[in-house]
Design a protein around this ligand. Structure first.
Ligand SMILES: [Zn+2]
Length: 408
């Protein structure tokens, strides 16, 4: 359907933006209270509400959660009617790459996932990664139960320049200069927003999961690599050039193994899923028996090491313990410097049930400054495998007003 033309001057646009944000933050608010909170006249507020209703961004519901009433043409509404985001009309699409596959999620305007899918990337290397993404997005679009906001959010591995939509480098995979946003925009004709996958997952946990309402939050995603999201009062910190959170390349041991970034002893060569798998493979090669010996060394993943450790496999347990000791030290240093209220472990490795979380906690307790450590909670993420896709969709949701009104 055609976008609603927006003939708004700056003040009007400011009011529309404020009103939509107010409705979203409230989770359901009456016209009168909203107008009062924003310092708007009832007439101005009613005019704006009418436009938001017509654009399908806002819907009315009764305060007793009963069936949705019809909106009145004058936008004034009746007593007992609350304004809330419309969860039926517009949807957002997000994608994220982890564990050798793309995960896709379609969400309503409140971030509720209404459809999801995964698609394995058949070959190593950025070409297969990009072509699978484009094909998967085309298929995912068919799952949308309504109208898609005309943009796509993508969570990609490595250091991502959010301005250009390119992966600058993904050292765990050995990739450089991968034009993710450009490729998707050219193939689908849609605006594309690209973010580091763990920054995306952290954003989703901050809004909808284990980090909801948390003031100072650190999300650490552990998979083939390691990176983090630093979130302050719901806002993701990007840093000067989008590399805030690149803890995978913090040097933990200057004499340690060489990282693909060129330095030695980076956290991710010591503690990532790949590091766990490398350790387990080396122990198996030295003759130690393990349930993991059935998996070829080149195909072993950290998730499998974690799962085997939870089952009592001693090779897996040793590999996990060594990896967790470095991550615990890194968490301790983050707790001491950032003083977060919560640290969330996530990603394919971080979300596996088992001894990992407790090992990291114990090591963090050993090395962190006591005072900030007393204030922090360390736990697993709540959102599971589609956290990154949901976080990527949040980038689209954040622009819903302009996208729905066609004013971007
Ligand atoms: Zn490195």
């Amino acid at each position: 359907m055609p976008a609603l033309p927006l003939h708004a001057d700056t003040a009007e646009l400011f009011n529309i933006t404020g009103m939509l944000a107010g409705i979203e933050a409230s989770g359901g608010i009456s016209r009168a209270l909203l107008a009062k909170k924003l310092g708007l006249s009832r007439t101005t507020a009613s005019t704006i509400v009418s436009r938001l209703l017509a654009a399908g961004l806002v819907a009315e519901r009764s305060s007793d959660e009963g069936p949705r009433p019809e909106a009145r043409a004058d936008g004034r509404g009746r007593p007992g009617i609350l304004l809330d985001l419309d969860t039926q009309r517009w949807f957002a699409l997000g994608a994220e790459f982890h564990s050798g596959h793309w995960a896709f999620a379609i969400t309503n305007l409140k971030g509720g996932i209404v459809a999801s899918a995964t698609r394995p990337v058949p070959e190593e290397g950025p070409e297969s990664f990009l072509s699978t993404l484009v094909e998967g997005l085309k298929e995912a679009m068919l799952l949308c139960p309504g109208e898609l906001l005309p943009a796509i959010g993508i969570g990609a591995p490595g250091l991502v320049d959010c301005g250009s939509g390119r992966i600058i480098r993904a050292d765990d995979l050995g990739w450089n200069a991968v034009p993710v946003g450009e490729t998707v925009s050219a193939a689908l004709g849609l605006e594309t927003y690209v973010i580091n996958r763990n920054r995306g997952s952290g954003l989703a946990e901050a809004r909808f999961g284990a980090g909801k309402g948390v003031h100072g939050l650190v999300y650490i995603g552990i998979g083939t690599g390691i990176s983090a999201a630093f979130v302050s009062d719901g806002s993701l910190l990007h840093g000067s050039s989008y590399s805030a959170g690149e803890i995978g390349h913090v040097v933990m041991d200057a004499e340690g193994p060489v990282c693909r970034c060129g330095k030695r002893g980076c956290l991710q060569v010591l503690s990532s899923g790949l590091a766990m798998a490398r350790r387990a493979s080396a122990l198996i090669a030295s003759g130690r028996p393990s349930s993991l010996e059935l998996i070829p060394a080149s195909q072993m993943r950290g998730e499998e090491v974690c799962a085997a450790a939870a089952e009592g496999d001693s090779v897996a347990a040793q590999s996990l313990k060594e990896a967790a000791s470095y991550l615990g030290l890194a968490v301790a240093n983050i707790v001491t410097t950032f003083n977060p209220d919560k640290v969330i472990l996530g990603g394919p490795v971080g979300q596996v049930e088992g001894p990992y979380l407790e090992l990291v906690k114990a090591e963090a307790a050993r090395w962190a400054m006591d005072y900030p450590f007393q204030a922090v909670r360390i736990e697993r993420g709540h959102l599971g495998e589609f956290a990154g896709a949901l976080g990527a969709a949040c980038l689209v949701l954040d622009r819903k007003l302009a996208l729905a009104l066609g004013t971007r």
